[in-house]
Structures are given as C-alpha cells and as structure tokens.
Design a protein. Structure first.
Length: 298
C-alpha cells in the first residue's frame, strides 16, 4: 500500500495540533475535507491513528509510531526537492529572491541593475510568500535571499538591515481617529487588531506591538496571511493593523487611512541569506542591496 505524501502532511498537522480545527486552518482546508483524508489514511493502513471525541484528539499507539516515520519521510523528501531546485537554479544562473510584502521604496530596480553589473548573465526571480513563512522560503531552501521584516527567530540566517521606518496604523477612513495626524498606542490599544499567523513567530508579536504593551494583551480578532486580505478587512472597518511607514505608501488605497504611531520602536526591512551559503552570486546580491541603499541615502 502506498500513501501519498499529501496524506502524511495532513496526518502530521493533526498530530502536531491535536485538533482537526486548528490543523485545517493551518493547511487552508475545510475541516470535513481534512477528516475525510485522515480517515482514508487510516483505512489504507488498517489502523486507527487518533482517538477523538468532542473534547479532545489524542494519538493512538499506531499514530505515535507513524508520526516518527512520517516526519522523517517528509523531511527527506522536502530536502531532496530543495536540493534539486537549488542545483537547477545554479545551472540556470538564476538567483531566487523571496519577499513577504511588496518591496517598494524604489529599491528593487536599483538592486537589479547593480546585481547585473556584478553577475553578468544571471537573472533574479522574485517570489512573494505569505506571512506564515517569516523566512520567505529561506528555511525551506526554496529561495537564496529574501527581503524580511525583523525580528526573526532563525539562527541559521544572516541579515543586513536596509530600511528603518516608523510603525503606522492602518484603519478605515470612517474610524473615529482617522482625522488625526498621529496617534499613540494607548489610543488604539483596545481596538480590534489583525495578527499574523502564529507561525510568523516574533514578527507576530512585533506587529501586535506587544513590545510596548507592558503586559496587556492585544485584542486580536483575526489572523491574516496576505496584504490583500488584510486591507480588505481594514477597509470594512472591522479591525485595524500595524504596518511599516513605507508600506503605508505601497498599499495606499481608497477607504483606508494610515497614521504614524508614537512611542513604538521602528520597523526594519532586511536582506537575509543562509549563513552556510557559499555562492558568490548571493554575496553579490546582498552587496547590490547595500550599495543601492547607500547611494539613495547619500
């Protein structure tokens, strides 16, 4: 009997979350669809993997045994896929760059020009990632460099800060504070707020301003994974969201007002890469980023 890797990923998600609801949210599936896939895997294996009732989900002995093997299989396959993609990119003289938001700030065209001068014949492929992956593909080795917002919890990555900006708040143009020029955290502390996914790690806390709340919890009313999703909710008036000053310009649109927030540490946009990265093309791209920022600031 052959199980699909997809089914093993679904099983591992449920095993790690011990909740079909949370696992379905993590996988962007409906709960009934996830339950059906897990039941199919149980039937194929001839073993019950979970004990579940209305209150809790627990792994059976068979489930615990499968979890160890499934993690190894998935990790090995993901490593193989990443190695193939990395080798293919080198053969094609392709540098893969990741980003979490639109870069804007007139950075990217200058970076491409300087990189082309340093690495003739190479091209750059820019790919956008959801905020659920705070490394924008670096951790999974599907990108070579990435434009990331700090802080980030990834010991295997190095970075250089490119831009430092004030934190802003985006709100509906109908919001009671939308007429202001600046607001304080105290004035918006109790407002319904959108959060990044928990997998975003320290970035989630940073964009909730937990570093300045002195122990008081943010009123999180929803999690978002992309800019389009975020600003559609903000425009509706259902919640507010914090963002960097440069992104307040990048994502400007009718029905939304962006205001600076006093008293918050600034946001930092960085170029990041893996510490064990030996290729000259990666170093050339990082230097092209630094040269572009330096020339702009002179």
């Amino acid at each position: 009997m052959d199980a699909h890797l997809r089914d093993l990923r679904y099983f591992v998600a449920v095993a790690e979350e011990l909740s079909f609801t949370r696992a379905a949210q993590r996988l962007y599936l409906s709960q009934p669809a996830l339950s059906k896939q897990v039941q199919g895997l149980e039937q194929a294996l001839g073993a019950r993997l979970f004990d579940r009732d209305r209150r809790q989900v627990k792994l059976t002995g068979a489930g615990e045994a499968l979890l160890v093997s499934a993690r190894g299989l998935l990790g090995g396959w993901d490593a193989a896929v990443a190695a193939v993609a990395e080798a293919a990119a080198v053969d094609a003289r392709l540098l893969r760059a990741g980003t979490l938001t639109s870069i804007g700030r007139s950075l990217y065209p200058g970076v491409l020009d300087r990189f082309a001068a340093r690495q003739p014949g190479w091209r750059v492929e820019l790919r956008s990632f959801g905020w659920g992956d705070p490394t924008a593909g670096l951790a999974d080795r599907v990108t070579d460099v990435a434009f990331l917002w700090l802080p980030i919890d990834a010991d295997g990555l190095a970075h250089e800060v490119l831009v430092t900006e004030r934190r802003f708040v985006a709100m509906s143009a109908r919001h009671r504070l939308s007429h202001r020029r600046v607001v304080s955290l105290a004035e918006i502390a109790a407002e319904p707020l959108l959060a990044l996914p928990r997998s975003a790690g320290p970035q989630r806390d940073f964009w909730l301003a937990n570093d300045a709340r002195e122990g008081h919890s943010a009123h999180v009313v929803g999690e978002v994974t992309s800019a389009d999703e975020t600003f559609e909710i903000v425009a509706s008036g259902s919640a507010i969201v914090l963002l960097a000053g440069g992104n307040a310009l990048v994502y400007a649109r009718p029905g939304i007002v962006c205001l600076p927030v006093d008293g918050l540490a600034p946001a930092r946009l960085a170029i990041a890469w893996r510490r064990d990265e030996p290729r000259p093309a990666v170093a050339a791209f990082v230097q092209a980023c630094l040269d572009t920022v330096h020339e702009r600031d002179v």
